[in-house]
Design a protein around this ligand. Structure first.
Ligand code: ZN
Ligand code: FE
Length: 256
């Protein structure tokens, strides 16, 4: 049976290891090659392929070492700054990663080259790198707020039960901001208590799911009256369109 393992790396990255029934594995965003190599050895798996979401070093730093050692192909975005990519992917392309059939969704905003990988069936799941986080979203480094909001909205429109595998354990910090941005959200308060309890026991809060993100992630809720009231109370100008509210939330969070 196919299984997904979290390989922790650096201070808060998760590298996702997709185990196949035949003893091979694929890895998503191997920023640290040694961490992946150890995880493969622990489980007696052989690396068969590498998937990349975007060009940041904490997501690609281990690619060359792993590619050299295992001779496996690399899939990733159309970005000439990543010379090690063998198969360039764009909107609507499909990758067969062992047991996982993944569709590519372009989600620019954090970076211009950012892509996400979505599996529709049997159980839907999403590898979204630094675009959608549990309780938050990535910083806008290369795109702009309308671009990032469009990308997040596409992910938010995926099936409610989709498991969300993001690339960092940023959840508690994200939820601290979320509570400031929507103080009366009861589902958010409940989520925050659950996440705190998981972290207190040293457990990951990821994967999340799309239903929970829609209900509690302020960046997917710019139409919420509570979010808009909190923004105004925090001294931001009143806004009545979703993109402008999103942009104000993102800049508030950047300085939170
Ligand atoms: Zn990044
Ligand atoms: Fe990152």
């Amino acid at each position: 049976m196919a299984q997904i393992h979290a390989v922790p790396a650096f201070s808060d990255n998760y590298i996702w290891l997709l185990e196949n029934a035949d003893g091979t594995a694929f890895v998503v965003d191997p920023g640290d090659g040694d961490a992946v190599d150890d995880a493969l050895a622990d489980r007696n798996l052989r690396l068969a392929g590498i998937l990349i979401t975007h060009h940041h070093f904490d997501h690609v730093g281990g690619v060359e070492m792993l590619k050299e050692k295992y001779g496996c192909p690399v899939w990733g975005p159309h970005n000439p700054a990543l010379p090690f990519i063998d198969h360039r992917l764009g909107e609507g392309d499909r990758v067969q990663a062992g047991d996982y059939s993944l569709d590519v969704i372009m989600v620019p905003g954090h970076t211009l080259d950012h892509i996400a990988y979505f599996r529709a069936a049997p159980e839907p799941l999403l590898f979204c790198g630094d675009t959608l986080f549990a309780g938050g979203c990535g910083r806008i480094f290369e795109g702009d707020a309308p671009m990032m909001y469009t990308s997040l909205s596409r992910l938010a429109a995926l099936p409610a039960e989709t498991a969300v595998y993001c690339a960092h354990e940023y959840t508690l910090a994200n939820l601290a901001f979320a509570n400031a941005a929507e103080p009366d959200n009861v589902a958010l308060q409940q989520r925050t208590a659950e996440a705190q309890s998981l972290r207190d026991r040293g457990l990951a809060t990821v994967p999340s799911n799309i239903a929970l993100e829609r209900a509690t992630n302020p960046f997917l809720r710019p139409d919420s009256a509570g979010v808009r009231a909190a923004l105004q109370a925090a001294g931001h100008e009143a806004r009545d369109d979703d993109v402008a509210v999103f942009a104000a939330l993102r800049s508030w969070k950047d300085n939170f």
